[in-house]
Design a protein around this ligand. Sequence first.
Ligand SMILES: Cc1cc2nc3c(=O)[nH]c(=O)nc-3n(C[C@H](O)[C@H](O)[C@H](O)COP(=O)(O)OP(=O)(O)OC[C@H]3O[C@@H](n4cnc5c(N)ncnc54)[C@H](O)[C@@H]3O)c2cc1C
Length: 444
Amino acid sequence: MAAGRLCTGCGVCAYLAPDEVRMVDVLDHGRRPLPITPVRTGTAASAAGPSAAGSSGAATALGCCPGAGLRHESSRPAPGEIAELRPAWGPVRAVWEGYAADPAIRYAGSSGGVATALAGYCLTGEGMAGVLHIGARADVPYLNETRLSRSPAELLANAGSRYAPASPCDRLDLVEQADGPCVFVGKPCDVAAVRMARRLRPELDRRLGLTVAIFCAGTPTTRGTLEMLDRLGVDDPAKLESVHYRGNGWPGEARARLTDDPPERRRELSYAESWGDILQKHRQWRCYLCPDHTGEFADVAVGDPWYRPTGDDPGQSLVLARTERGVRLVEAAIAAGVLVLTPVAPTILPASQPNLLGARGAVWGRVATLRLAGLPAPRFRHLPMAGIWWRHLSLAEKLRSTVGTLRRIGRKRLREPATLAPYQPPEPRAGSAAAQTTGRPLSK
Ligand SMILES: Cc1cc2nc3c(=O)[nH]c(=O)nc-3n(C[C@H](O)[C@H](O)[C@H](O)COP(=O)(O)OP(=O)(O)OC[C@H]3O[C@@H](n4cnc5c(N)ncnc54)[C@H](O)[C@@H]3O)c2cc1C
């Protein structure tokens, strides 16, 4: 899966087969599973993760791999779902817009801080035990690690989108062993992996109190972050104290701080400069083959209401409840005064994310072209795409999704197995503030 570039980097294989697989950062690919012990044939890359054939853990992991495929039970709306949204956006029961009532969360959050505030409400108002999500590594702030946050303060410290590889499923064991139900926050592929894994693991299933997906157009690689840091004037990433991709307003600036920066020094790029000019060009290949950008397998999904003007707005989120549990917990958080949300018409979803609709259509062209070329492609069931390709893509876009894919096969060398060497970040210099950091990453 990883060598064939279909890995999303979610880390579910490291949770399901912890004695066989560990997640590492690979500079030009993302978080990838590598075997812990050498296997009989092939390189580390060709044996990585679920493709480590023969072992039962790896075979189980392959069955829960969102990179291999995604599947709904049906493409028809269930009672209570919004029928008009089902074909292109998956199951949706309610749509709101709004923000976290706590201004600090709203400001720090990526859009309106809803993911953080809702998770916090689950801790304080519903008695849940923890929130499994990701945050910046204390020792290398431009890499991510998985965390089980147990307090609103910890949640706030990890608010905001990190447009960099993250594998929140690699520590699902922390949820399984928690002393009460937990929230899981991740990208759509991460949540899809959780949905598959909980079917196999009754303890995990029992302890998942809520799943929250953040909308996602694709994960940029660590190479993308390093290019962004370079543009921010960071000549030595080992001196980095912090990096933020968004937040502090909506959408907010990408920001970096070095340990020896004077207090007044500002290193900032607009969202258009950071995401538009740099990061989105570094998205991992599997993201180009993803039909689920809005978290169809989650209880609640949160994204940006891009149809609104941003400017001085301190933050707005678009919120979808996809399950009855999601409806109940969002309504409870509104009633508790934690979320300030207004119900909006279903049409606000496509109006907010026109690019994601086009992206889903293009996936059909790309997957069909890969199959014709004899290359591996994910399998999707009950996630309609062909109609979107036909009706919503212009002729130029249709050609880009097919002929363009043929070109990419050559340019990205998709016929060759990926070389997956773990990325070793440069050591912080002795004596620097970064070198004093003792935080130990949870990720295995
Ligand atoms: C790679 C990426 C691409 C995105 N693309 C889109 C898009 O196309 N359209 C859109 O509307 N929104 C997109 N988003 C999501 C959007 O930026 C916001 O995260 C979302 O609206 C939630 O905002 P919030 O303020 O409610 O979340 P917050 O309150 O800021 O909470 C964000 C939560 O997400 C978790 N998180 C942050 N980064 C990651 C990550 N890389 N992997 C897993 N979990 C993470 C954090 O741990 C935190 O719990 C993207 C996010 C990412 C990370």
